[in-house]
Design a protein around this ligand. Structure first.
Ligand SMILES: Nc1nc2c(ncn2[C@@H]2O[C@H](COP(=O)(O)OP(=O)(O)OP(=O)(O)O)[C@@H](O)[C@H]2O)c(=O)[nH]1
Ligand SMILES: [Mg+2]
Length: 313
């Protein structure tokens, strides 16, 4: 853990880093080939094998090639003369390349619009976020914008009850945009600080889904021109590079300003984090590291790198 020592210096940092480590255990194990490449002197095929290992870790081709090229340059520039300095150069490169900008300061009524294809973890993420915001002392309302799937409203209501936040919904099949508009009015009347809008992951077809999202975003803007402040896409990390295609489509409709990467505790390879940064420059805001209420952590690249590369790097 030499390279990530600084993470463990404060109690809070240590706790966070440990959560990442635990959650990313499987991911780190699947990166064994990548880790094993870092020896000194480097083998002749080091960069080719690095590219392969990165692709296997789900970074996609472009990110793998560009990281490998950047490392070659950095190794030439830095005085690399040992396994330790080689690893250090790689971690420094990753740190400086993937910097997460801080979240824009929220409005007094901050609207979060949570999107994603079906089953990625939108509703669960909303429950976890509501919990975090409540714990931080905010008043929170969740709005059931998924009126399409049977049981979706009930599922969100359960999260609302568990977290003790306000809940707004209409009957199944109601127009989601009207639910959102009325929910926002209610939130304003009640002086709510954070509103989390759940949306459908599946409608009759994909075009339908996008049209509906577009309409909802416009309705939110009509309510408050600066909203929705947070337009976040939820991606299931285990689907790997498929997530890139999803990000492209949702970005077009909603001008995303954040990503929540869920199920990182599963068999995800984890390289998608880097390809998202490279391709879209959309910051990852939170990561899901389990199914429980507490298993959502704000994204921290250093903790992530430490978890991704594993304890022995
Ligand atoms: N292991 C793990 N499971 C998760 C995580 N986030 C969500 N899940 C699980 O993923 C499944 C789907 O979660 P939902 O929150 O219902 O997903 P959704 O995107 O709202 O699904 P639809 O409403 O059907 O579109 C549930 O079984 C969750 O417990 C995570 O970070 N880790
Ligand atoms: Mg849902």
């Amino acid at each position: 853990m030499g390279l990530f020592k600084s993470l463990f210096q404060t109690k809070k940092g240590k706790l966070k880093a440990r959560k990442y480590q635990l959650g990313l255990q499987k991911t780190a194990a699947s990166n064994e080939n990548l880790r094993a490449l870092f020896t000194w002197p480097i083998i002749d095929t080091f960069y080719e094998e690095l590219e392969e290992a990165l692709i296997l870790s789900d970074t996609g081709l472009n990110t793998a090639l560009s990281l490998s090229e950047a490392l070659q340059k950095a190794v030439k520039k830095a005085k690399v003369n040992s396994e330790e300095t080689l690893k250090e150069t790689f971690v420094d490169l990753m740190r400086s390349r993937y910097i997460t900008p801080s979240e824009n300061p929220g409005a007094s009524l901050e609207v979060h619009f949570i999107m994603g294809v079906n089953g990625v973890g939108k509703t669960t993420t909303i429950g976890k976020l509501a919990h975090r915001y409540k714990e931080a002392g905010h008043s929170v309302m969740v709005i059931a914008g998924d009126t399409f799937r049977a049981g979706a409203t009930e599922q969100l209501k359960i999260w609302a009850e568990r977290t003790g936040c306000e809940f707004y919904a209409k009957a199944e099949g109601a127009d989601p945009s009207s639910v959102v508009f009325e929910g926002l009015q209610k939130a304003q009347e009640n002086g709510i600080e954070k509103v989390l809008i759940d949306t459908a992951g599946r409608l009759h077809n994909k075009q339908n889904l996008m049209q509906e999202l577009d309409k909802m975003v416009r309705v939110v803007r009509r309510f408050e021109p600066s909203a929705p402040h947070q337009r976040w896409l939820v991606l299931d990390a285990t689907t790997g590079q498929n997530g890139m295609a999803q990000a492209t489509v949702f970005h077009e409709v909603a001008d995303l300003n954040g990503i929540v990467l869920t199920k990182l505790d599963g068999s995800a390879k984890g390289g998608i984090v880097f390809s998202i940064f490279d391709a879209f420059a959309i910051p990852i805001r939170y990561v899901g590291l389990g199914e429980a209420l507490e298993d959502l952590e704000s994204f921290d690249m250093d903790s992530y790198l430490a978890g991704w590369l594993g304890e022995t790097f």
